[in-house]
Design a protein around this ligand. Structure first.
Ligand code: IMP
Length: 431
């Protein structure tokens, strides 16, 4: 297959970084198509840990082109810091290895301030639990046609006009929220100062990618967050502000949907969530604590403790459908080692009726109780397994049952953060 999309199939933090890195060895181009520096991808290569937020995971791999597509919202100051930090680790980043779409909207300091002010002002039950990175307000400005985009940094008059347009809206909003108005000239000066460091990488990404596609190059589309945080199909309003599902890969870089050959869904062997919102299989007991401890479930971006629960097959079946997932990569199976009994949610009970999907209405979601199927666990360690023969029989049964319930085959199985600790069933890039 020439072009592969990787999406998180739960609420994010499924372990996409490792899989993207693993696949990037086979790809020529690695492209981010949505989200921003709210994402956190941890890569462990030869024992060296890389923490990436907005840079595509491909940057740590030499000889590849990494791309930030127009579907991303980009904080230029964060970008510069992240580039400096990976360069310090010996990674080479140049305009030959990194391209940023000229039509990418920028995240400005006003976006982060607004994001945090709203969260602080929200009462219990209405807080989203955002990462506070300004993601939502930046996307609002994009659809409100008042973004400053990468290309605008190249021309002083255009930049000033774009800033004025954005501030017309933001200063009115800030007044209502009791915040100080923005110093226009200071903001323009800040943007002019950072401009060369961003423009160095600016390119017509849609054109470059279409040329790569025609030349038969392999493109890997790297999703951030997870399908259950999708602005349309997630647990709204407790979602992120972009489309996360696989269809976004096409619009987020400017390539036709027919160019996508394989969608790989990354699925954690249990469930986690950061931030607020419904989570039917959440555990508040020792089992939940154990999953969190064994899985080191703390956010890469905010350091927040992740909520943990049993595997929800009904939700993953739903995301396999909305993203058209071809095969999954099951991650962190080793975290389940040592549990006597494992539970899998196969559907929900709502007002005496059984459902095989999570309903859309928030009040119904809150009233849904999971219907569980129990499976025997295993006492052996699966950590570092590299073939099916290394897995205990009950672990194999668990994986097979997951496949049946989500109606999608396992393509890859990951058994530790190390790149090589992976069992390959189907190579998404194989013809
Ligand atoms: P925002 O994307 O910062 O607006 O946050 C909206 C919701 O998405 C919050 O619940 C965040 O915790 C969640 N979120 C955003 N990015 C990630 C991620 O990369 N992993 C997991 N959750 C995320």
């Amino acid at each position: 297959m020439a072009n592969v999309v990787v999406v998180g199939a739960q609420w994010g933090d499924e372990g996409k970084g490792k899989i993207v890195d693993w696949l990037s060895e086979r790809a020529d181009v690695i492209a981010r198509f949505q989200g921003g520096h709210n994402a956190g991808h941890t890569l462990v290569i030869d024992g060296k840990v890389y923490k990436l937020h907005v840079l595509p995971s491909g940057v740590v791999r030499g000889g590849k082109l990494s791309v930030i597509g127009n579907g991303v919202v980009l904080d230029p100051w964060h970008l510069v810091k992240e580039i400096a930090s990976v360069r310090e680790q010996g990674v080479d980043i140049s305009k030959e290895t990194l391209m940023i779409a000229e039509n990418t909207p920028l995240i400005l300091p006003i976006h982060g301030e607004l994001d945090r002010a709203r969260e602080e002002a929200a009462s219990a039950g209405t807080k989203i639990g955002t990462t506070g990175r300004g993601i939502g307000p930046a996307y609002e400005d994009k659809v409100g046609r008042r973004s400053v985009r990468v290309a605008d940094l190249a021309d002083e008059a255009t930049l000033a006009a774009r800033v004025d347009r954005a501030l017309l809206h933001h200063n009115a909003l800030r007044k209502g929220l009791g915040m100080e108005p923005v110093d226009r000239d200071a903001l323009i000066a800040q943007l002019k100062e950072i401009a060369p460091s961003v423009l160095e990488f600016a390119a017509p990404v849609w054109k470059v990618l279409n040329e790569k596609r025609k030349a038969g190059k392999r493109i890997l589309f790297e999703g951030a967050q997870g399908a259950l945080l999708d602005i349309d199909f997630g647990t709204y309003p407790f979602v992120t502000s972009s489309n996360v599902i696989a269809g976004q890969a096409a619009t987020g870089v400017g390539i036709g949907p027919g160019s996508i050959d394989y969608v790989l869904g990354i699925v954690k062997a249990y469930t986690t969530r950061v931030g607020e919102g419904p989570f039917p299989t959440e555990l508040h007991d020792e089992d939940g604590q154990r999953l969190g401890e064994r899985g080191h479930e703390f956010g890469t971006t905010t350091g927040r403790k992740r909520r943990c629960g049993w595997f929800d097959a009904a939700l993953v079946r739903q995301t396999c459908a909305t993203s058209g997932i071809t095969g999954i990569s099951l991650t962190k199976l080793d975290v389940l080692d040592g549990f006597e009994t494992l539970k899998i949610c196969v559907g929900y009970e709502l007002d005496g009726k059984q459902l095989d999907y999570l309903p859309t209405a928030a009040d119904e979601q809150a009233r849904c109780t999971p219907i569980y199927e129990e499976m025997p666990g295993w006492s052996e360690s699966t950590e570092g397994a590299r073939s099916w023969n290394d897995l205990p029989a009950n672990a194999i049964k668990y994986v097979k049952r997951v496949e049946e319930l989500i109606e999608c085959p396992v393509a890859l199985l990951s058994t530790s953060p190390e790149r090589e600790d992976t069992i390959l069933v189907t190579d998404p890039f194989a013809d």
